[in-house]
Design a protein around this ligand. Structure first.
Ligand SMILES: [Zn+2]
Length: 484
């Protein structure tokens, strides 16, 4: 059975395959490392992790390249504000990004190139484009891409250059600072930005100006790095390019234009875009107070596994509403998942350790399909429908015929693909549905007393709970219970 995925370029759901018959070559736009990545970024990275894992199960042998954007307006500004070098500043945020990825159990990409370590590759593309007339030196000394020279411009996003008011060239979505008189047309975008005072020490000797023969000092434009690094590690034509939906235009459109003009070959064959999330029903923003980072959520006592579960709980093509209530729902779903697996193992007479050991091997896709967990795999193969896959996983857990060794092998495959590992909790916190009614009612009363700032009453209720053998654990926005 083949794995199929919607392709933004052709607007069709197409089979995924490795053109070279060996490895499926996949590139994803990575983070800009100037601050903590937010959960919207991690929704894309978590979904791409499911994609990478499912491709592995489908036998596509993925070669996964995801870049680090370590030079742009925001990283330069951030390092200046911190009083550190761009290198130190972006290393610090790269490490934090990696720590978050580890908490979410995301598989490390095969190659994770940094923009600043690929300047010569970027300069070479600009020089090629200058030589062929696809690029020109603008009024401000920067090098621009001549969009009018690429008749297929707009084929991915269906945007037409003549409809454009301006070309955004930074990853913050802010308008290009270049005066429009610096460019021939508003649609043209910067390939190489001439050195400015505010760039401080951040500049390289760039492409040669064809008129003067002199190198143009400056730094690469944001779009250029992805073309240079994907081509370097995956070849001039590769199988799949992915990213968040906001990158489709202009970033990915520009990647196609500059790469195809430079190589004369089709760039990525297949394009995948993950739909962004809403937080508490609105677009996430710091001013609305609905801006979540993983570190914030973990500090509030939420389990990173639950964050991931919630992030992948809606398909990559539908919008997810990330709310605190949904996150609590994801936490209790994971507890039920752990319990469901435990009871299945008990039925099968297999211990937890044996299940986790190699004694129960992950089933390959074909074998898994024939078990009650088959529909959970099939849903991932069918345009990576993570929501349907989770639904099918729950159905199979309730199915008595799932307690066979073959089915348990298939369960391991599903859990691997989704990247959600159940944890048998020894020191389990219990939700309101598991503690006796009397205990829940006392816990609720104590919460209300705390909300009313009646510390005396809250303390008395805490002692009453302790006498009944329960500890109440405070959370930022509620409570949970622990035995003992
Ligand atoms: Zn990119």
């Amino acid at each position: 059975m083949e794995m199929r995925l919607y392709d933004t370029l052709s607007r069709e759901t197409l089979p995924l395959y490795a053109a070279d018959g060996k490895r499926l070559r996949m590139y994803a736009c990575g983070p800009t490392v100037y601050g903590p990545a937010h959960i919207g970024n991690f929704r894309t990275f978590s979904l791409l992790d499911v994609l990478r894992r499912t491709m592995e199960i489908a036998g596509l042998n993925p070669l996964y390249v995801r870049n680090i954007t370590d030079v742009d307006d925001k990283t330069i500004k951030g390092s200046a504000k911190d009083g550190t070098s761009l290198y130190e500043f972006t290393r610090k945020w790269t490490e934090k990004f990696h720590a978050d990825c580890a908490l979410l159990d995301l598989i490390v990409p095969d190659v994770e190139p940094r923009a600043t370590e690929h300047i010569p590759e970027q300069v070479a593309i600009v020089e090629k484009l200058l030589a062929s007339g696809h690029a020109y030196v603008g009024g401000d000394g920067s090098v621009y891409y001549r969009v009018a020279c690429f008749c297929e411009y707009g084929k991915l996003s269906h945007f037409h250059p003549e409809e454009l008011q301006t070309q955004d060239t930074n990853s913050a979505g802010k308008a290009n600072s270049a005066d429009e008189y610096d460019r021939e047309q508003v649609a043209d975008f910067a390939l190489w930005k001439a050195r400015k005072d505010e760039d401080g020490a951040v500049h390289w000797p760039g492409p040669r100006n064809p008129d003067t023969g002199l190198a143009i000092e400056g730094r690469p434009g944001w779009h250029l790095e992805c073309s240079a690094m994907s081509i370097k590690y995956l070849g001039e034509s590769f199988d799949l390019h992915a990213g968040g939906e906001d990158l489709c235009f202009p970033h990915h459109e520009n990647e196609i234009a500059q790469s195809e003009a430079a190589t004369g070959k089709p760039f990525s064959r297949h394009w995948m875009h993950c739909v962004h999330l809403l937080a508490e029903g609105k677009k996430m923003s710091k001013s609305l107070g609905n801006f979540y980072t993983l570190a914030d959520l973990v500090a509030q006592g939420y389990d990173a596994r639950a964050v991931k579960y919630l992030l992948i709980s809606s398909s990559y093509r539908s919008q997810l509403n990330f709310t605190v209530a949904n996150l609590k729902g994801a936490e209790s779903a994971l507890k039920k998942l752990d319990k469901g697996i435990n009871s299945l193992l008990a039925k099968a007479g297999i211990g937890r350790e044996e299940f986790e050991s190699e004694a129960i091997a992950r089933a390959d896709a074909a074998d898994a399909l024939g078990t009650p967990f088959g529909p959970a795999i099939a849903a991932l193969f069918d345009d990576m429908n993570t929501a349907a896959s989770l639904g099918a996983l729950w159905n199979a857990l309730r199915d008595d015929s799932s307690a066979s060794r073959a089915a348990l092998s298939a369960l391991k495959t599903v859990l691997y693909a989704l990247g959600i590992q159940p944890i048998p909790s020894k020191d389990e916190e219990l939700g309101a549905d598991e503690a006796p009614e009397e205990v829940v009612s006392l816990a609720q009363k104590r919460w209300e007393a705390k909300q009313a700032r009646d510390w005396g009453a809250a303390d008395t209720l805490r002692k009453q709970l302790a006498e009944l053998g329960w500890t109440i654990l405070d959370r930022k926005d509620g409570w949970s219970l622990k035995k003992g």
